[in-house]
Write a protein that binds this ligand. Structure first.
Ligand code: ADP
Ligand code: F6P
Length: 324
């Protein structure tokens, strides 16, 4: 029989993402609506181990849906990767009467949730990362805001790049995943898109492309480079030397993780937060919420972590043709 849930906790973990506040707000208000108490755990698993735990009321999340970042704070916590840290975390949950926990974060955070579930704390994960790199879901909280932020910034660089007839290398986030780079590359009409999953480090091909485009009369050359490839400044120097085209690098960096969430991020995060609160209140555990083919659904964490996600080859091929 499913255990009765009287109090749940909610935390955000790993890199922050715009829309996390909408998810927290939905967890708090849906659980309260279900007659369950809610506690907020600050600064991810580190805050759990430090017992930074506060009571949450419906009003605790007022005026937060439009705010970037996470009102609970977030952290990366090495201690929680250890068996002792996880046992201590579960003990602290028991001490505070927390029967279930919603964890908003990425794959790493799900592993922490899985560990707590092994220690008897019911857990539900919600995908929160700007990188879109969680296999069981087509949507992750923050991606939509991040790509719109990056796209608007790249438009601005493109203006000055055209005026000066320059080549611009613009580095976007994504250490292991190229989704932000691919989406912006297409949306900004980039001439080259360098993705960690695809790039073969053949710089000569980029150089040839720049020279070819100059001959065709293109006044700028935009290269969207993913953080996982990096080295944009030295790449710019080499490209300028080889092509004779003035080349500049712009690293967009953490601005992509901040800012007011888009409507999509507020809406999807709200539905996912409510969904997580509902299944947790029903006694489900060791699950993660996802979005696939127009439906919100949930998966076993183990299964979700075993799934693989690959960049779509067709989309990548199209991205190269559209900048001809
Ligand atoms: P994300 O959740 O965005 O993937 P991280 O990989 O940094 O980000 O993970 C966030 C936190 O989750 C880590 O700092 C750590 O506290 C916890 N975590 C990560 N991996 C594990 C693991 N294998 N077991 C337990 N906890 C983990
Ligand atoms: O949240 C995802 C992400 O922004 C990645 O794209 C990036 O590589 C990483 O986080 C950077 O994280 P940190 O805050 O540890 O520098």
């Amino acid at each position: 029989m499913a255990k009765e849930i009287k109090t749940i906790g909610v935390l955000t973990s790993g890199g922050d993402a715009p829309g996390m506040n909408a998810a927290i707000r939905a967890v708090v208000r849906k659980a309260i609506g279900n007659g369950v108490n809610v506690k907020g755990i600050k600064k991810g698993y580190q805050g759990l181990l430090n017992e930074e735990i506060v009571d949450m009321e419906a009003r605790s999340v007022s005026d937060t849906i439009q705010r970037g970042g996470t009102i609970l704070g977030t952290a990366r916590c090495h201690e929680f990767r250890t068996e002792e840290g996880q046992a201590k975390g579960a003990e602290i949950c028991h001490k505070h009467g927390i029967d279930g926990l919603v964890v908003i974060g990425g794959d790493g955070s799900y592993r922490g949730a899985q560990a707590l579930s092994r220690h008897g704390i019911n857990t539900i994960g919600i995908p929160g990362t700007i990188d879109l790199d969680i296999a069981c879901t087509e949507y992750t909280i923050g991606f939509d805001t991040a790509v719109n932020t990056a796209m608007n910034a790249i438009d601005k660089v493109r203006d000055t790049s055209s005026s000066h007839e320059r080549c611009s290398i613009i580095e976007v986030m994504g250490r292991n995943a190229g989704y932000i780079a691919l989406w912006c590359g297409v949306a900004n009409g980039a001439e080259d898109i360098l993705l960690p999953e695809k790039y073969d480090y053949n710089e000569q091909e980029i150089i040839n492309n720049i020279i070819r485009n100059r001959k065709k009369g293109k006044t700028h050359h935009i290269i969207v480079n993913a953080e996982g490839i990096g080295h944009s400044t030295s790449m710019a120097r080499r490209i300028e030397a080889a092509t004779g085209v003035e080349t500049r690098a712009t690293i967009l960096g953490y601005m992509q993780r901040g800012g007011s969430p888009t409507c999509k991020d507020r809406f999807y995060a709200s539905i996912m937060g409510a969904y997580a609160a509902d299944i947790l209140c029903q006694g489900k555990t060791n699950r993660v919420v996802g979005y696939q083919h127009g439906q919100f659904l949930d998966f076993d964490i183990e299964e979700a972590l075993a799934m693989k996600k690959d960049l779509n080859n067709y989309q990548f091929d199209v991205s190269k043709v559209l900048s001809l």
